[in-house]
Design a protein. Structure first.
Length: 341
């Protein structure tokens, strides 16, 4: 392991890259990071017990960069896990090794566009209270060909949602559903200390985003700043669902999903009161989210017996505040709550 070094400076930027059997794409990704118009001061690669040539490729890129750019101000840190931690825990480990004032998250199989770091830093310069920023991304296939639509289009981050986030409404939006993809995210390093430790059940990017939105401000950049690769080995990916796929998802058994949402909402509601910067209104909103998910988790396995409690929950307005509104209400009425439902 190469020990991380300390950097001082307003624009010091660390990049947290997590790898696992990523030899196919990691060289291209690292070279795109090194080719930024604002080159990062530190690159941390945390490998999660790869069994292929990932670590060897990373070391080759490090050596080549040192030979080509002997005066480079970029430091590399390589962490090698002998036992896999999983995506969220591995990213937490990588982030903890970052020493820059800003941290950019990075997947092993994407490609950064040249202004990825510069554009994010510009957003932080414009908004001193900004804790986290997330950009759009071009979707590409395994061979690098562009796919349509863009990441924001797939996630439904339309102009209305972007305006809401610009006006400081990110926390309320994230209580409904996640809109943040870590591969296109940069945040102030102090956010990691506020959010640590990452609770089980939350992905690293989702947790960082909702904590940032609870504490202060998050924002989005409509400009695509990375090529977000979609391929058969993605650990976490994104794509637009067809109408048929949406319907199938609507009628899939819902018990496991409801239990997961309840666990996540409870962990959020427990943590927010311990963060001094979170205002009481957001703590109360998190508690109301728990109440909503508790009501959903108690629904009867028999569809007819769900009608009254679902209608009552609709009348409270919580389906709209903490989910997808009528779509979630219909899902709760239709979904079997167990495989025999």
């Amino acid at each position: 392991m190469l020990e991380p070094q300390s950097f001082v400076g307003r624009t010091s930027v660390s990049v947290a890259i997590c790898t696992h059997n990523g030899e196919q794409f990691i060289e291209e990704q690292l070279r795109s990071v090194l080719a930024q118009t604002r080159v990062p001061t530190q690159i941390v690669v945390s490998d999660d017990a790869s069994t292929d040539r990932t670590v060897e490729v990373v070391r080759t890129v490090i050596t080549a960069n040192e030979q080509i750019n002997p005066d480079s101000s970029t430091s590399f840190s390589l962490i090698i896990n002998t036992v896999p931690l999983g995506v969220a825990a591995n990213f937490e480990q990588a982030i903890n090794a970052c020493t820059g004032k800003f941290v950019a998250l990075c997947d092993q199989d994407d490609v950064w566009l040249p202004r990825r770091v510069e554009a994010a830093l510009d957003a932080f310069d414009r908004h001193p209270s900004l804790l986290l920023v997330h950009s759009d991304a071009r979707l590409i296939d395994e061979g690098g060909a562009e796919l349509a639509p863009s990441l924001f289009r797939v996630l439904g981050v339309d102009e209305s949602i972007q305006r809401t986030i610009h006006r400081g409404g990110g926390f309320e939006l994230l209580l409904r559903r996640n809109l943040i993809t870590g591969a296109a995210t940069m945040f102030r390093r102090e956010l990691a200390d506020i959010a640590a430790p990452f609770p089980q059940g939350w992905l690293h990017d989702e947790w960082l985003a909702i904590v940032a939105a609870a504490v202060d401000e998050i924002d989005v950049i409509a400009e695509p700043l990375i090529d977000y690769r979609q391929h058969r080995h993605n650990q976490i990916g994104v794509r637009a669902l067809t109408v048929r796929e949406k319907f199938v998802r609507m009628i899939e058994p819902g018990h496991e999903r409801n239990s997961r949402l309840l666990r996540r909402s409870r962990s959020l509601a427990l943590r927010l009161p311990d963060i001094r910067a979170v205002v009481p209104a957001r703590i109360e909103a998190a508690r109301q989210k728990v109440l909503h998910e508790e009501r959903r988790s108690l629904l009867s396995p028999h569809r007819m017996l769900r009608i009254v409690p679902v209608v009552r929950e609709v009348m409270t307005g919580r389906y709209g505040k903490f989910g997808r509104g009528p779509a979630d209400a219909i899902r709760d009425l239709l979904q079997p709550l167990n495989p025999l439902g």
